[in-house]
Design a protein. Sequence first.
Length: 187
Amino acid sequence: MPLQIVRQAFLMLLPLMLTSTAHAVERDQYKINPGDILEISVWGEEKLNKELRVLPDGSISFPLAGTLAIAGKSINAVQKELTQRLTQNLNEPEVNVAVKAVEGNMVYVIGQVNKPGNFIMYQPMDVMQILSLAGGLTTFAKTNDILVLRRSDKGPIAIRFKYGELEDGDNLDGNHRLQSGDVVVVP
């Protein structure tokens, strides 16, 4: 009897676990940025094989599909939307979308670092990692006054970063993960 109860509970919870897993996978997928280069192909339709750069407004234009706003969407979401739009003109289109270059996944570092500039994030990065790419801090840097400037849906925000604390092994949660478009300011 207890085995049947466990089995029933598992079968009732299985849809919730699968939905939760699907949302986690979607959340962790790469999100397209303006400046990224995409390869889009439609099987059996040579004229619909295109390499496109995402425009600064976050959109692309694709034949028979029109203009699509894709910045911030996953590859799967773009593929589904393109397939849906192309279905109006093609019978069961087989669409493939791939990121050829993540050139829009950029972070900027300015101020008292040895190599200020813009850096493409080819992988998830935090503040310490980007400061390392920028050649580290100069001797004049104010180590506990560093800011990460970020645009959000609610407007621009400034996130404090205290290099000195992390250097000592303290406040490791303060080593914020960077997002595309962040500006790290080292006074």
